[in-house]
Write a protein that binds this ligand. Structure first.
Ligand SMILES: C[S@@+](CC[C@H](N)C(=O)[O-])C[C@H]1O[C@@H](n2cnc3c(N)ncnc32)[C@H](O)[C@@H]1O
Length: 251
């Protein structure tokens, strides 16, 4: 299956009822905005340790979804552009930004195509939780990111750790081997916002989950210098990783 076919499936999933899901999960844009205005650092807690001097910085937020990261960054003085495939996500994000009293730019389409047509170059690309698995050729994604950045621009990617997404299940009492860390095929998975709409029939997403070696290699091969790869403990079991943060500079 090529990227376009995979993306059509994921577009259908992400355009189904995401606006309703964000209202159900985070509240109407006005109340969700109040929360971000009160404390923009809270939503950015995983990313802020790696971002310097935000006021005036030009930041791209690929696959930025409901816009809560973008609006929080804008509240801290950055100029933010979201690139995402879902129109209902854009609607929620733009209403959120308006209620928060900030401007953001939000472009709807496939990331690879939007990145090709983007003429502005960014200081940072920031991404969080559920990004890489939407691309069945990671080199296309890392190359597009590289082209979006200014010389010495930086990516900050906080992502689910492949160990817990590909190979093991953790709950309070048990750790079980449930998958294959080296599986290289596509898999169907529940679209994440489904958790906010219980009982609704939401189309599934189609994902390619990458292992850590593939991820770091893809960035390195594309001309990124790896500054940090930090593995963070899982909330379910702090002896295992739950997420990781990759910080890399384009040379
Ligand atoms: C799990 S969310 C990412 C998490 C989000 N950044 C956050 O902080 O909550 C995945 C997002 O990727 C978007 N998406 C999936 N495939 C895409 C593609 N090919 N191009 C652009 N956006 C895509 C979806 O619309 C969705 O908003």
């Amino acid at each position: 299956m090529n990227h376009e076919q995979m993306t059509n499936i994921n577009r259908t999933a992400w355009e189904s009822q995401s606006y309703e899901a964000w209202v159900s999960g985070y509240g109407l844009p006005a109340s969700a905005a109040n929360e971000l205005v009160r404390d923009p650092n809270q939503k950015l807690r995983r990313l802020l340790p790696y971002l310097n001097n935000l006021p005036g910085k030009n930041i791209v937020n690929p696959l930025g979804s409901h816009g809560r990261i973008a609006v929080s960054l804008a509240l801290l003085g950055a100029k933010v552009t979201v690139l995402d495939i879902s129109e209902p996500n854009r609607r929620y994000a733009m209403e959120l930004a308006e209620c928060a009293g900030v401007d953001i730019e939000y472009k709807v389409g496939d990331f690879l195509k939007l990145a090709q047509n983007q003429d502005v170059r960014f200081d940072y690309a920031v991404m969080e939780l559920g990004i890489l698995h939407y691309f069945n050729d990671l080199s296309h994604f890392t190359r597009a990111l590289a082209n979006l950045l200014k010389p010495t621009g930086i990516i900050v990617l906080n992502e689910f750790h492949p160990l817990i997404k590909k190979a093991i299940d953790i709950n309070e009492t048990n750790i079980t081997l449930s998958g294959d860390y080296f599986f290289a095929g596509l898999e169907s998975a529940a679209t994440p916002y489904k958790e906010f709409l219980s009982g609704c029939d939401i189309p599934a997403s189609l994902l390619r989950r990458w292992n850590l070696g593939e991820i770091v290699t893809s960035f390195a091969e594309c001309g990124f210098r790896i500054n940090k790869l930090v593995e963070e403990p899982s909330p379910e079991n702090n002896q295992l990783p739950g997420t990781f943060t990759l910080v890399a500079t384009i040379d």
